[in-house]
Structures are given as C-alpha cells and as structure tokens.
Design a protein around this ligand. Structure first.
Ligand code: G4P
Length: 527
C-alpha cells in the first residue's frame, strides 16, 4: 500500500491545450528532451509527417498534413513520472480532445504571445473550467514581438474568466528578450551567448537593475521594474487552493523553440500540479491508494497497425496497482478479462509494461471488448466511474448506405465507430440515422473509415442544424409538439435530444417550453 502511495505521489498527468501553431509540439518535445525521453530535437515533430503514419486511415492525416489522433507519452524527470496526453493539433478538432481532458489531473494551456487567447483555446478551456481542472498557462514565443504581459493577463481574466498569477515575468520581448525573472524564487534566469542556462538569486526587485546590468538594456530593465511593482501591488495574491480548484492559473513566460523558460516552468509545474486525484464513482469517491486496481477507458483507437487490425483501448489507472496478466472485471458486462498485453507509450515507441500506477495510461489490446467510459476493476461488482459525457456536436448529417444490400455492414460500422467515440449517432422517430460531430473533420474520417474498414459507400446529407441539447426529464419529451424549428431525436442510450438550427431556434423553444430543462451534454443524465 505504501508503495502505491509513493508511486502515486510522484506522478503528474496532464494534457496540453492550445490553438494550432501556438507551440504544443515544440513544448512537448522540449519537455521530453529534458526528461531524456528523446535525444534529438525533431523527433516529435516527425509524428506529423510520414514516419508515424503507419496505418491506413492515418493516410488521411498524411494527405491533409494533420494529426487526427491523440496519443500518450510518459517520461521521467527528477524522479517524477510524467504522463502527457497529446490532443489533436488541428483547428477542426474532434470530441476526442474533450474526452482526453477527462483523463488528466491538470492542463497546460499554451498561448502565443502575439495572438493571445484564441478561439480553440476558449472552447477547450471551458471544458476544463466546468470540471474544475487546474490550468497552468505557458505564454510562448517571447522571442517574437507580441502583446504586453499586462494586456495578456487582462485577456486571460476577461475572456476566460479565471484569475491569473504570473510566476515568472519576461525580461524584454522579441529582439530584446533575455530571459525571465522568477517571482517565486526571486531568481533571474537567462541564457548566455553559448545558450547555457544561468541563474542569479536576488534579494528583492530593488536589486534587479544592478543584477541585470550587462544582460538587458536600460529601458528593458526600467519597464520590468515598473511592471513588477505594479503587479506586486495591484495583482492577485497567489492562492494554491484556487489553482487546485481551477480558479486561478499560474502563468509562465518562455520561448519553447529555444527552451527559454521551459526547465523552470517544468520544475514549478511539478511542485504545484496535483497528484493523481480521487474519482467519483457509483460507490462514492475512490482514492488512488484504494487496495483494488481500477481504471476507465477514455479513448479507443482503431487500426494503429493495419496488419493486425488492432484496436487499442486507452485506460487511465485510477486506483491500486496494475499488473500485467491480471484478471479484471468489466463492470458493464460483468465479464472477466485477462490483461495480457498491456502497453505503455513513450515518445516514439510503445512497449509492453509489467506494472502501472494511478495517473498512468495503459494501452490494452481490444478485440472489441471495450467501450468509451468502461470501468475495469480487480474486484467484481463493486463500482463504476459512470459514463463519459457526450459533448455537444455542432455539425449534423443524415446518413445511410448507398447500397441497401450493405445495410448490415453499415450498422456494424456506425455502431463500432460510435462505440469508439469517433462520432455520435442519433435516431429520428422514423428510424433515420443522424450523425453528430464536434468538428467537420470527423465526417471526413468517418466516410474514409466506413469505406476502408467496412466497405460501405455512404449517402450523406448535411443538415443545417448546429446545436444539440439533452432533455433532462425524459418524460418531458413525450409532450413536445412537432415543429420545423427543432428536431427531437434519441441518442445511443435512448435519451431524448433536441437539435436546433441556431441559437434563435433554441431561444424560441425556451420561451415556448419554459418548463422543459435542457442540458449541454449527457453528463449526469440517466438513460
Ligand atoms: P502546434 O503543435 O501547437 O501546432 O505548434 P508547433 O509546436 O508545431 O509550432 C508551430 C510553429 O511555431 C513552428 O514553426 C514552431 O517552430 C514555431 N514555434 C514554436 N515555439 C516557438 C517559439 O518559442 N518561438 C518562435 N519564434 N517560434 C516557435 P513552423 O515554421 O510551423 O515549423 P518549423 O519549420 O519550425 O518546424
């Protein structure tokens, strides 16, 4: 038991969220380099190119030069075991990204100093905030001219509605960027002409000017002093409890491409970020050091290796110790499974593992056993972690097989892909199938995979609808009148869902039916 406690305490599991091009791949790579998980720069980057495109449908990624899948990487740094869950880096991201956030204990948000808070970041951020996930902000590309730090804090507070607290502060920007001043450790960190990291402790801000002589120019130093005094006096107080509740974000500045500020970011992050957290279950809160092993499946990825047609179920370990070959129970079916080929993922490889602890992500070979949200436990019939929410899709299409003879394959395909979480499916009262997706790209992947994996050509009819809302009280759906403004359908678990063409149609509905409560996702609703 003591062992599990210790192993849990040294684990940190997080996802990096950002708008495409803010520097997620670069920062990930620098973190892996620090941990010695990769030896050369460019190793992660190549995932975006042909090197990693090993499967059929990754062909699609290759053709479009995008990453549609998210993966997991583990590395060690100063005795910490760090799990990074990567999220797709394309503008048109998918529900997969949202679900990945369900499996982490904290999130690192990267902001491009020139662009500030961008739309995709806002969307992902909202999911984190609703779940109270602690958020750490890394403001990147300080080697370029960008927005002033004070302006960025204001933007974080206004646009995202969360307090900010700069842990470090940039010394200059663009051409005159020299490094950062660490407000916590009262330390200047800069890189000399040989790109060696230098640090210098100072007693207080009053000594900055003296210490920075010869490092930065006079006007940079003067501006730094003035702004630091201002945030000391008028800025937020650091509050670790607020950080842990996702109400305050510690902010760091740096330049990922040149590693400026990356080591100090990682060191602070490891001290402040939460260890693997307890999780709500049907039997109350389950702590990580609970004796029984348990975890849940948050992602299923098909055809990682087309030669084997394999599917991998990604399991987040929540409690106890995972051991290779152990027998577990799948709560949904009540059946037992032997976990014979568990894998763990490193920067550019996956390897068999013998054991894993809370916070770790294990890849399980999946011949079709698992569904997204499944709970596995080493003890039979004890609890489950509840299903993962379905997130509100924003694009809808009616779909059927072009060739009616292929109906069986069609149904198999859509059910498997829905089970895998690649799409959401709804049925109209007339037994028509409607697909819902968060990003358009999911449609492309869906069409590609239905053809490549199930041999089915599709007839797809795009719908003008943009919003889905779940009806909280199931019975309320029976009393709704038909209307051209909305469509009542049911989700995979037979829960009633209304899809609307636009916000106007939703408002109209709310006015007409003030007593029908609607929810943004299926989170917490009974089926
Ligand atoms: P992403 O995964 O969030 O999409 O971003 P990625 O790391 O791929 O970075 C996007 C671009 O921004 C890359 O340039 C990368 O080199 C650059 N970048 C990342 N961090 C910094 C930084 O601190 N400063 C500056 N100036 N640039 C940075 P690219 O031209 O798209 O690719 P490449 O030719 O450099 O490979």
């Amino acid at each position: 038991m003591g062992h599990i406690k210790e192993e849990t305490a040294r684990r940190r599991t997080f996802a990096i969220i950002s708008h495409p091009d803010a520097g997620k791949t670069t920062l990930t790579e620098k973190l892996l380099l620090l941990g010695g998980a990769i030896r050369t720069a460019g190793a992660v980057k190549s995932r975006k190119s042909e090197k990693f495109a090993t499967s059929d449908w990754m062909e699609l990624e290759k053709q479009r030069g995008i990453s549609v899948t998210s993966s997991v990487m583990q590395f060690t740094y100063n005795d910490f075991k760090i799990n990074i869950l990567d999220t797709p880096g394309h503008q048109d991201f998918s529900e997969d990204t949202y679900r990945t956030l369900m499996a982490v204990d904290s999130v690192v948000m990267i902001i491009d100093v020139a662009k500030g808070v961008e739309p995709q970041t806002i969307k992902l951020f909202k999911v984190c905030r609703d779940r109270g996930i602690p958020i750490f902000t890394f403001i990147n590309k300080l080697d370029r001219q960008g927005k002033e730090p004070l302006e960025l804090f204001e933007e974080i507070e206004d646009v995202l509605g969360i307090e900010s607290f700069p842990i470090n502060y940039p010394i200059g920007m663009g051409q005159s960027f020299r490094g950062v001043y660490d407000r916590f450790q009262k330390k200047i960190e800069w890189y000399n002409e040989n790109k060696e990291r230098q640090t210098l402790d100072i007693e207080s801000i009053d000594h900055l000017s003296e210490a920075l002589k010869g490092v930065a120019d006079q006007s940079t130093i003067a501006q730094l002093e003035e702004e630091l005094l201002l945030i000391e006096e008028a800025g937020n107080e650091f509050d670790i409890e607020a950080v842990k509740a996702g109400k305050q974000t510690p902010v760091f500045f740096g330049s990922a491409v040149s590693s400026f500020g990356v080591p100090s970011f990682l060191e602070h992050y490891l001290q402040m970020a939460p260890t693997p957290q307890p999780r709500e279950s049907s039997a109350g809160v389950i702590g990580p050091d609970q004796a029984a092993f348990s975890g849940f499946v948050f992602k299923i990825q098909a055809n990682m290796n087309p030669a084997h047609r394999d599917r991998i179920a990604f399991l987040r370990v929540c409690s106890g110790k995972f051991e290779k070959g152990m027998t577990v129970w799948l709560d949904r079916t009540g059946k037992s499974l032997k976990l014979a080929q568990p894998q763990q993922f490193f920067a550019d490889s996956r390897e068999m593992i013998d054991e894993a602890y809370p916070g770790d992500i294990v890849g399980l070979y999946d011949p079709g056993f698992y569904q997204i949200g499944d709970t596995v436990c080493s003890v039979k019939d004890t609890f489950n972690y509840g299903e993962l929410p379905q997130f509100p899709p924003e694009h809808f299409a009616k779909v059927r097989a072009k060739n009616a003879m292929k109906q069986k394959h069609f149904l198999k395909g859509i059910n498997q892909l829905a089970q895998e979480g690649a799409i959401q499916i709804y049925r109209t009262p007339y037994e028509e199938t409607i697909l819902g997706v968060v990003g358009q790209l999911q449609f492309d992947v869906f069409v590609y995979r239905m053809k490549a994996e199930y041999g089915v050509d599709l007839d797809m009819q795009m719908m003008p609808h943009q919003l889905a809302k779940w009806i909280v009280d199931k019975d309320a759906a029976n009393h709704l009148q038909r209307s051209s403004n909305h469509l009542v359908v049911s989700d995979r678990d037979e829960r009633p869902v209304i899809i609307f063409e636009n916000e106007f149609a939703l408002r109209w509905f709310n006015q007409k039916h003030p007593d029908v409560k609607l929810a943004d996702s299926s989170w917490g609703l009974t089926s």
